[in-house]
Write a protein that binds this ligand. Structure first.
Ligand code: ZN
Length: 279
């Protein structure tokens, strides 16, 4: 068991733009994971999703997906909540056909809700999603991503609570978002250790199959603005992250969301392997 690194989407270095081309390219580059981006809409056919599966299995590239951005499980508007449920179910179904193991989503926005009301609304929608996936015999994890804006629902503690109360839900830790939202100061190895320690305490063996997003980030008082390449300002810093991953024997997947996708995935991977080799 170890950590897999991969890009959010088809690698930049890949000549093809298809998902199958992306999987092949990841394997050639030595990257063992790829996140399929449904962020701007789910446009993949079921037949195509089924074609991806044997390729990814043969090349040992593990797959995940990112559900559409226009999702708000906390919405007071029934039609919005309903379409959000539908989008996540659709993403999860296709991801499971590709052999993927987790669909990441942004839970929603507080809007006029108190944090507790937003939590209950998100939970109710997720119960519906779980039921629909079970009825269709779709086995997958639902990754509640830690969000980057103060106006958005989905802080680390909120997502951990969802994971504790809902069987299919687990958090997807976006470290840049944790920093940008002002929830965590992420500068040193100890800051990363504290976050993993919290995950281990609350969710046990989740640290043996964690799913996270990594990049650097530009942010304001309201939260995230842009994802930045690794090494730009070291916010959050990648070297101590690689060190904590390598030294603690955690297993899981790190998806790189910086503008340099696969290049930065390879950079982080080589840092991680360098430290592993020293131990
Ligand atoms: Zn995301």
């Amino acid at each position: 068991m170890a950590v897999r690194f991969g890009p959010a989407g088809v690698p930049i270095q890949c000549k093809e733009s298809s998902s199958i081309g992306g999987v092949r390219c990841c394997a050639e580059l030595g990257l063992k994971a790829m996140e399929i981006e449904f962020s701007h809409g789910v446009r993949m056919s079921e037949d195509y999703a089924k074609e991806i599966k044997p390729v990814a299995e043969e090349l040992d590239v593990s797959l995940s997906s990112h559900a559409p951005y226009y999702v708000n499980l906390c919405s007071a508007e029934k039609s919005t909540a309903k379409s959000s449920v539908k989008r996540i179910v659709h993403s999860a179904k296709l991801t499971s056909l590709t052999g993927g193991n987790i669909t990441v989503f942004h839970p929603g926005y507080y809007q006029k809700h108190t944090p507790e009301e937003a939590y209950q609304a998100a939970k109710k929608a997720l119960v519906e999603i779980q039921e629909e996936l079970r009825e269709n015999k779709i086995g997958i994890r639902l990754g509640a991503e830690t969000v980057g804006k103060k106006s958005a629902f989905g802080g680390l503690e909120e997502n951990i609570r969802l994971a504790q109360e809902l069987e299919m839900v687990e958090p997807c830790i976006d470290f840049a978002h944790l920093l940008a939202r002002g929830d965590f100061n992420i500068k040193t190895e100890n800051d990363y250790r504290m976050i993993f320690g919290m995950l281990e305490k609350e969710l046990g063996d989740y640290v043996q199959r964690f799913h996270c997003h990594f990049s650097e980030i530009e942010y304001s008082e309201k939260g995230e603005r842009n994802h930045l390449p690794l090494g730009t300002r070291h916010e959050p810093p990648f070297k101590p992250f690689a060190k904590v991953l390598a030294e603690n024997g955690y297993s899981g997947t790190v998806i790189i969301e910086s503008p340099r996708l696969d290049f930065d995935a390879l950079l982080l991977k080589s840092e991680y392997e360098k430290i592993k080799g020293e131990n």
